[in-house]
Design a protein around this ligand. Sequence first.
Ligand code: ACO
Length: 323
Amino acid sequence: MRYSRIIGTGSALPEKVVTNHDLEKILDTSDTWIRERTGISERRVAADGQTTCDLAEQACKQVLERTGVDPKSIDLLVLGTTTPNLIFPSTACLLQDRLGMQECAAFDVNAACSGFIYALSVADQFVRNGTVKRALVVGAETLTRMLDWSDRSTAVLFADGAGAAIIEASDEPGVLSTHIHANGGHANLLCADVGVSEGFKQGEPRGGLKVLMTGNEVFKVAVRTLGRIVDETLEANNMDKADIDWLIPHQANLRIIQATAKKLNMPMERVIVTVHKHGNTSSASVPLALDEAISTGQVKRGENLLLEAFGGGFTWGAALIRY
Ligand code: ACO
């Protein structure tokens, strides 16, 4: 049986730290409200001119250096992002050039916060079916570029960053299964409602480009849906909750993470949490948490990791990985 295995990870964060106390100065909010409702204390914000591709490049160079992989030996590049540098070429194409890769397929996946799980799922299929041997999977965002900094309901939540993983064909179990879903029926609960085809809004900053979210509605759907995807993933692998060693969730809200951990009967010591220092970095959130888990030595080879995410679309997904 052919699997894809993670052979290394990397990550990148902008230098600029914005704390809740910094936000208290520009918004009608408080550190206590933000920490109690979301678990976030601080987040990273890209510098002027620092792009999604810049952060992705930094994360990829780290994983290439750590693994010693020659970029020319990579057969596929899939990048999850909702905040591409340009409308086209894709950020994946820009990144491919910067990394000096050969003419492998390179494309973006837009699945909002589920972007990395979607990208991993796509790359895993290519490796599993024998089309490619090695793939670079990235989640990268500069989500703060599309925030309305006067809207306290979104400005306190989102942030910037990038994470990357190299996966490779192996006879040893690695990615055991991936599960991705979408339901466009609730698109209006979480969206940015302008674009090339629909058009931009006259007289509004950046043509009306901003994140719109009905947070409490999204919260309820997210908790329910993540509970279902956990069951689906365990069933598909004939596994029990007790077989999962680590939960590596999307970092949107500590309360959502705790609800999923409870569903798995998992103590919070077995859950990778970065939301307090990273905020919600959308597609970058899961690979940033994965990289932290691996680079700090918390996760050991042979352990079972459950990665999950939920985001705008709605989109959601999970990956069960024997590390
Ligand atoms: N500071 C202070 N008060 C605030 C703030 C703030 N930053 N934001 C909202 N409030 C107020 C509201 O106005 C409301 O006041 P009211 O009761 O007087 O009307 C009160 O706080 C409660 O608001 P809720 O929205 O009901 O608060 P909730 O407990 O639901 O927390 C939050 C809001 C944190 C957004 C939560 O709903 C959440 O995390 N939702 C899910 C987000 C998510 O998972 N998104 C998916 C991924 S993102 C992506 O795909 C791009």
